[in-house]
Design a protein around this ligand. Structure first.
Ligand code: TYD
Length: 137
């Protein structure tokens, strides 16, 4: 899997004078079925999250509130995305190392994931991740 498959997705937005509404249907607006939702909040200033890759997991990351940066790395190159809209999501395919930082005060990072939590789906060691990219495992 490569960085070129990771992209910002424009989500549907229904707006009127009473505010905005965004919805996400698994397999329709995003290329996987949603099995889990989790969110990061109360992230202290200067903190970094992530620092791992997933072997099989697909994810969509949304800045539900506030803003933060996500740097993606497929072992060949890196790309940084700035997330600051609740109607945009960053799709991340499997085998992408990610770092999240520059969280604004009060920001909320929501993640939609294609599977339930499994620690054995993680690469938490960067050298091991690179080796796995090279061997195509
Ligand atoms: P981790 O994915 O490393 O968080 P981040 O990428 O935001 O830094 O998870 C942090 C801890 O939370 C780790 O001990 C595993 C646990 N965890 C769960 O139990 N279930 C989950 O769905 C997630 C995402 C994490």
């Amino acid at each position: 899997m490569s960085l070129s498959e990771c992209k910002m997705i424009d989500l549907p937005k229904v707006s009127n004078q009473q505010g905005n509404l965004t919805f996400i249907e698994g397999g329709n607006h995003i290329p996987f079925d949603i099995k889990r939702v989790y969110y990061l909040y109360d992230v202290p200033g200067g903190a970094a999250r992530g620092g791992h890759a997933h072997k099989k997991l697909h994810q969509l990351i949304i800045a539900i509130s506030g803003s933060f940066d996500i740097t993606l790395d497929d072992g060949q190159g890196q790309k940084t995305f700035h997330l600051n809209r609740s109607y945009n999501g960053l799709y991340i395919c499997p085998m992408i190392w990610r770092e999240l930082n520059n969280f604004s005060t009060g920001s909320v990072c929501m993640v939609l994931a294609s599977s339930v939590y499994r620690e054995d789906d993680y690469h938490r060691d960067y050298a091991e991740f690179l080796e796995s990219c090279r061997s195509g495992e």
